[in-house]
Design a protein around this ligand. Structure first.
Ligand SMILES: [Zn+2]
Length: 759
């Protein structure tokens, strides 16, 4: 806390939330989707993550700020100075908290980002502490950081004319190459942006990957530390690892089309110690030293920084694409092809090669767990060997299925059985196909999956499969989603065994995918390749869950009792064999809320339709952030259903009001003994001007002698309740009586007073 904090603000803040939101320590360690288990298989972490502590604190800080601003707006002049200081401290603390979690939980920042109206209601002095809606343009930098323990992550920056911004994607980061010109729209806190789905647009459509063929001009720079100027390997060793081993790997895997040329510079001792880890500084100092030593940096399109052990926890890091591309090799974890070839794979534009574990099945509609590095038969996975990149990755590089590269045979749905042959992956370039690319979905389905089938033999860098009878006599299957470069999933075609070292589908066995009634059967597999039968059932209706989008997106700001409207767009993703369908749209709003439901028009497979629904919170709902799903299900096949999450923020507790009034201002006691008369006391509770029913009002009447009577009642449909206060002749004192009525709506306590005279 800063020293100028007032005592009151200090107490208020202490009550509100810890000063720094949770999550700061976890920045850069995204929640892993998959927890590797001891047997080499993997298990999935819970899909529905509970609200994190950091998110809850961001919500509380946001509501506290809005509440503080409302109190300031209605404060008496004498209190304004103190309340303004409080509001500014709330704004400052919230800003620091958001800055602390924006990298680890950008979704929480987007969730609480204040809408324009809320920002306008804050005092102008708070503006410097508020997040901003930002539109920025620049070149994106995509870095991948590889950890030995799978805590890997991608890091995104935008290089703009005004500086370098970190880009933090709440979900679905765009799959782009370093150097791509992009525009982003998001919420900015300091030099960091939080970005939602679809927040990044590129100027140009994605072209074929550049710079993946021919000689790759590479400068490897060896650097060490001012406190530990060790040289754990020689320049000759570096030459060998990079310009022999890694270059030979590229040459073989690319079918003799890609190799590395260039130089090794260094050793250089840079102004950094072994107890730090600043990759940006390592890169810039390495380049400065090399330039000073006479290397013309413009001669190279790839830089590789190689250094001995320091405080970095990762074994390597690489830009995904980029010209020049950059790779960092932390040799504490080895100066070997497994690291250099992997990072330079990122440099070429590759993402990781994953595995997908669906338990007792090779593939299932749900319940599958992905392992980030789980493909042990691809250098972009992590099996400890030196495998070729898989056929999908090679196709992305243009090393297959482009130019003079060996082809891939595309198999589209066609009823009946067809037979195809492929040559082994490793064989030198010729015109034989090296993989089958088999359609898993038909032309009606917007998002297309493919199965890639390839055959490995113990040749060259794949020599290690010599000891693997499963791979030698079977074919590898990968599942890939069209248009998504980060979607390579190795499947386990021997799900009965727990190992990932035997994923191949053995010759003579079949894999059937229900979606299109597709069956893949390797008939024979050997040193000359594989013969594979592919069968589509044909004529069947392959149901698929629809796609759902909500408009508007993001947190919807509202007040208790108000309705919030959504336009729900549903895309029918059924296969072409299915008849048109309508979709039922429903909200699973919180208990006590109400929501309309709707059925869409009937649309053909592949087509989209929209409808709208309204979700209404109860007038007595507490302030807070409410998250719930909206689901669309196929009216013809209700289990084909997809839900989208939405959040409504109720932030207007200050609009809750209570009025109390008596039916007369003066009561005259009856003359006759033992006669009772009543004062009728009406309490009305409103939210944004509308009556709030169902609220318990507590009415305390203090008579002219100071005796207190407490009466209670619950408000009715109009938000009002009448209680009767009895007075008796000769018994009740004359004089002034006071009335206080109080109630709590959600978390907001409100009260008001009145008085009457008795004669
Ligand atoms: Zn990696």
């Amino acid at each position: 806390m800063t020293s100028e904090t007032s005592g009151l603000a200090r107490r208020l803040l202490a009550a509100m939330a810890p000063l720094i939101f949770a999550g700061v320590a976890a920045a850069h360690a995204p929640a892993p989707a998959v927890v590797p288990a001891a047997d080499g298989k993997s298990s999935s972490a819970s899909a529905a993550a509970p609200a994190s502590k950091g998110r809850k604190q961001a919500e509380d800080a946001t509501l506290a700020l809005i509440d503080g601003a409302a109190r300031l707006a209605s404060a008496a002049p004498g209190q304004r100075g103190r309340l303004l200081a409080e509001v500014l401290e709330l704004a400052r603390t919230r800003r620091d908290g958001l800055a602390g979690i924006i990298e680890s939980e950008p979704e929480a920042v987007l969730r609480v980002a204040l809408p324009v109206e809320a920002r306008a209601a804050l005092p102008a002095e708070a503006t410097p502490f508020l997040e901003q809606e930002a539109d920025e343009e620049g070149d994106i930098e995509v870095l991948h950081v590889d950890f030995p323990d799978s805590l890997d992550y991608y890091q995104y920056h935008l290089l703009t004319a005004r500086g370098r911004l970190s880009l933090n994607y709440a979900s679905n980061a765009p799959v782009l190459l370093t150097g791509t010109r992009v525009r982003v729209h998001g919420v900015r806190v300091g030099d960091a942006l939080a970005l939602a789905d679809g927040a990044t647009t590129t100027a140009a459509t994605t072209a074929a990957m550049p710079n993946t063929l021919g000689a790759q001009r590479t400068l490897a720079i060896l650097v060490n530390w001012s406190d530990a100027p060790t040289q754990p390997f020689s320049v000759a060793q570096a030459q060998s690892v990079i310009f022999s081993t890694t270059s030979n790997y590229d040459y073989e895997a690319s079918y003799q089309q890609t190799w590395l040329t260039g130089d090794v510079a260094g050793w250089f001792t840079i102004a950094a110690t072994s107890t730090t880890c600043d990759y940006w500084s390592i890169a810039s100092q390495a380049k400065q030293k090399a330039a000073a030593a006479g290397y013309a940096l413009s001669n190279y399109s790839r830089f590789v920084y190689v250094f001995p052990s320091n405080a970095c926890g990762w074994w390597g890091m690489g830009t995904v694409g980029g010209s020049p591309s950059e790779a960092w090799i932390h040799t504490r974890y080895g100066f070997v092809l497994q690291v250099v070839g992997h990072e330079m794979g990122h440099n070429l534009g590759l993402y990781h090669s994953h595995s997908l574990d669906c338990g007792s099945a090779a593939l299932a509609a749900s319940g599958c767990a992905a392992a980030e590095y789980g493909d042990y038969f691809d250098l972009m996975g992590n099996g400890g060997n030196t495998p070729h990149y898989n056929a999908f990755q090679k196709e992305r590089l243009g090393w297959l299925n482009a130019g003079v590269s060996p082809p891939i045979t595309t198999v589209t749905p066609q009823a009946g059985t067809r037979t195809f042959t492929i040559a082994p992956t490793e064989r030198a370039r010729d015109a034989s196909p090296r993989a089958l690319k088999i359609a898993r979905s038909d032309a009606c389905t917007a998002s297309k999956d493919w199965f890639y089938v390839e055959a490995r033999q113990p040749v060259g860098f794949d020599a290690f499969v010599a000891s693997n009878p499963n791979v030698l006599t079977g074919v590898l299957l990968h599942k890939v989603t069209e248009g998504n470069p980060d979607s390579s999933y190795l499947l386990d075609l021997t799900p009965a065994t727990s190992a990932w070292t035997d994923p191949a589908l053995p010759a003579g066995q079949s894999f059937t995918d229900a979606t299109l009634g597709l069956t893949i059967t390797p008939v024979s597999v050997g040193s000359s390749g594989a013969t594979i039968n592919v069968t589509y059932a044909g004529g069947s209706c392959a149901r698929a869950a629809p796609a759902v989008t909500l408009t508007p997106t993001g947190t919807r700001w509202s007040s208790a009792g108000a309705g919030v409207g959504y336009t729900v767009t549903v895309t029918n993703k059924d296969g072409c064999g299915c008849a048109s369908s309508a979709f039922d749209v429903r909200a699973s709003a919180p208990t006590g809320w109400s929501a309309t439901s709707a059925r869409t028009a009937t649309v053909a497979p592949g087509a989209s339709t929209s409808t709208s629904i309204v979700v209404t919170s109860p007038a007595a709902a507490a302030t807070g952030f409410y998250t719930f799903p909206l689901a669309a299900s196929n009216a013809s096949a209700p289990t084909s259903s997809t839900s989208a999450s939405t959040t409504i923020a109720l932030a207007t507790a200050s609009s809750i009001a209570l009025r109390v009034a008596t039916d007369k201002s003066t009561y005259v006691l009856p003359a006759k003994r033992n006669t009772t008369m009543n004062a009728l006391i009406t309490t009305t509770v409103t939210s944004s001007g509308s009556g709030v029913p169902g609220v318990l009002a507590t009415v305390r009447v203090t008579d002219a002698r100071g005796s207190v009577t407490t009466l209670t009642g619950t408000t009715g449909a109009t938000g009002s309740v009448v209680v009767s206060y009895p007075m008796r002749a000769k018994t009740s004192p004359t004089g002034t009586y006071s009335v206080t009525s109080s109630a709590t709506v959600g978390t907001t306590a409100v009260s008001s007073g009145a008085s009457f005279a008795v004669q």
